[in-house]
Design a binder for this molecule. Structure first.
Ligand SMILES: [Mg+2]
Length: 161
């Protein structure tokens, strides 16, 4: 595996949100299926097909997994945790910085903690928004557009194998 770090956007990349941003969907949640949670107000978040399979595959490869999402940190981490996706994420960046700055912060923190140096071209980034892809490519990551370059998470696993 050439890549040492995989960074994912959340809204409309790992999951679909009823409206706007996932951090507007606040607990208490009810799971209406293992991959779908809803609030009493009728907001919902649905995990896209194949996300658990993708994370399991990446964990077997012993690569770092992280998040770069423009949302409020605390409610978003609660949603990741509710879906069972929050374990062992490498310094998830959930906030309002540009995505290329988020990538820089993740690799700096990994280097500081683990003494592992990750080059920019060893970072894989997936996002559904073209305006986030360009700065990540300019930064030096392999940045693919979900919905165009990658149509599903199962397809991504096949591409990476
Ligand atoms: Mg998005």
């Amino acid at each position: 595996m050439h890549y040492k770090l995989f960074v994912f956007d959340l809204d409309e990349t790992l999951w679909t949100v009823s409206e706007g941003l996932c951090s507007l969907v606040k607990p208490p949640f009810n799971f209406t299926s293992p991959d779908r949670l809803e609030t009493n107000e009728g907001f919902w978040i649905e995990l896209k097909s194949g996300v658990h399979n993708l994370f399991n595959f990446l964990r077997e490869q012993e690569v770092y997994i992280s998040i770069a999402s423009r949302n409020d940190h605390k409610p978003t981490m609660e949603i990741l945790s509710a879906f069972g996706l929050s374990d062992n994420l490498a310094y998830p960046q959930i906030g309002w910085r540009p995505k290329d700055e988020m990538l820089t912060r993740i690799i700096r923190r990994i280097q500081k903690r683990d003494k592992v140096k990750i080059k920019h071209d060893e970072v894989f980034f997936l996002d559904d928004w073209p305006d986030n892809i360009k700065p990540a490519r300019d930064w030096g990551a392999t940045a693919l557009l979900y919905g165009q370059d990658v149509l599903s998470h199962d397809e991504l696993v096949t591409m990476l194998k």
